[in-house]
Design a protein around this ligand. Sequence first.
Ligand code: URA
Length: 262
Amino acid sequence: MLHSEKLQIYDMLKKASDSFYGFGSPSFPPERPDFIDDPSPDESGKTQAPPPPEIEIAESGALTDLARQVVSCSRCGLCAQRRNAVPGMGVTEPFVLVVGEGPGEQEDARGLPFVGPAGQLLDKMLAAISLYRNANCFITNIVKCRPPMNRTPTPEEAAACMPFLRAQVKILKPKAILAAGTTAIKTLLNTKTGIMRLHGKLFEFDGIPLLATYHPSLLLRYSDYKRAAWEDLKIFRAKLLEINPEYASIKNAPFGFPEGGA
Ligand code: URA
């Protein structure tokens, strides 16, 4: 059976389950199969494209220069419908780099990452472990332009945009990376395994400790996953304290997962 057929069947069953038991029935696995595995390459019939060229980093003003390259980028088809490219935002020497999937409608309108409802939840999740976009984080995405209808970016689009993320990592030199969601972790680890199996585990990206948790958009739809996300964040926080025991003193933030997750 084709991956797309599996997704159609899943969505039909989920709709039936929701209307029978009420929305978000915990008895139905709330993960679509595309959160777990990618379609096998022989289903897509495509061969692997060569990796896109790396980005040249200017000696001075590197971050601004990179942002300029992002906003004029046409490496993939996503540039055609964007209103604004979204390079990222945060401090220039971040402790943590947060990587999401790609801009949504509000991000596309404003040119800033995670400024819609998912962004509000992300900010609360970060604050719960003493991380703040205006103090010790930089927030960006795997793809810097909005995929039409907020669809998942294709592996080709993610690959085309990766040199920007690699350049951001080189410039920003974060001490740790938090990957939000399945696209982020699959792309960063170059794996087909989804978030279900990878969340809450420590990996490395270019030698930098990396942990993945559920994407805040998924948590908004399926609040059952908040508890697991909180467990992931506690593991991440422990790692951050190991890297810098002083990091949490940046603000006297309340410690606890927002909205009933703890
Ligand atoms: N979702 C993402 O993955 N990134 C954003 O910037 C906004 C929503």
